[in-house]
Design a protein around this ligand. Structure first.
Ligand code: CA
Ligand code: CA
Ligand code: CA
Ligand code: CA
Length: 293
């Protein structure tokens, strides 16, 4: 079983150098030039500013965490948490999952015509009537050449089978949850949780964030040079030496394959968009790190 690297002391520095070189050698020039987005959600439920987008001009800016931030002034339902971000060449999509396990309607897709519409939270919502296993939580979503993929991670730390990939042949199949499942037999470090999945045109990437708040090395990117290598968890790891705010957790990553670059900067305050899919229940599974802290 493969283990995502733990980040400790001098070994971390060695790992950083080694894995950055290894990962960089896999990348094409095209993929390195792509802009990236990371979505964050406030750990605490609030009425305003619950999402933040960090934008990166290139892969190098991502791994060096050279970013610009945009606050999204939106009130997310206390019953849901964001778990994925992707762009399909036409629309942007944020995936939400219920914080409480239910038998129906556990996923919701919010769709945006443009990146600016995300910043203004001008969206349409689609409820996905699916019963997600109580043992797993969605942690990433990506569009890839007409297909859609949702990554799940076991809520409990185990030594095997900690990830599951659900794949869909179209957006319609995703909405109707007509899927195929692949169990990924990997042992994820107990100290990290997956928070994003993206495909950059040649490589697949899974983003991990430290469950504990620290001042350094809070993210790790695992990269795969094919979908099969992802399923086999044949990866290279890159430690991202960044101090993430203790108040926010990453919930999605996207490599922007389309030519239109996302705008950056802080948007004007907007009318609070209402994410009105139910108001009951407090977030019990906002982020597994809260459960384990
Ligand atoms: Ca809220
Ligand atoms: Ca369920
Ligand atoms: Ca594990
Ligand atoms: Ca931190």
């Amino acid at each position: 079983m493969l283990i995502t690297p733990r980040v400790n002391g001098s070994m971390a520095k060695c790992l950083t150098i080694c894995v950055v070189v290894a990962a960089a050698s896999l990348l094409s020039v095209t993929a390195q030039a792509l802009p990236y987005e990371i979505l964050y959600e406030s750990d605490a439920d609030t009425n305003v500013n619950e999402l933040v987008l960090n934008s990166f001009d290139s892969y190098n800016d991502l791994i060096n965490y050279n970013y610009s931030a945009s606050i999204v002034d939106v009130d997310i339902s206390t019953a849901y948490s964001s778990t994925g971000l992707t762009y399909d060449g036409d629309d942007w999509h944020i995936l939400y999952e219920t914080n409480n396990d239910t038998n129906v309607n556990e996923l919701v897709l919010n769709t945006f015509d443009t990146f600016q519409d995300i910043l203004d939270y001008n969206y349409t919502a689609t409820i996905i009537d699916v019963d997600i296993s109580a043992a797993y939580s969605s942690t990433g979503m990506t569009y890839e050449n007409g297909m859609w993929h949702i990554l799940y991670e076991s809520d409990a730390d185990t030594n095997v089978n900690e990830l599951v990939m659900n794949s869909f042949n179209s957006l319609n199949d995703l909405i109707n949850y007509n899927y195929t499942a692949n169990i990924i037999d990997v042992d994820i470090s107990a100290a990290y949780s997956s928070t994003g999945l993206t495909y950059d045109g040649s490589l697949w990437h899974i983003l991990y964030e430290s469950d504990a708040d620290t001042n350094v090395n809070e993210m790790v990117l695992n990269s795969f040079n094919s979908f099969q290598n992802l399923l086999n968890y044949n990866y290279s790891a890159t430690i991202i030496d960044v101090d993430i705010s203790a108040a926010y957790s990453s919930t999605g990553i996207h490599a922007l394959l389309d030519s239109s670059p996302p705008p950056t900067g802080i948007p004007e305050p907007s009318i609070f968009a209402l994410f009105s899919i139910g108001l009951a229940g407090m977030g019990l599974r906002k982020r597994r790190k809260k459960k384990f802290q």
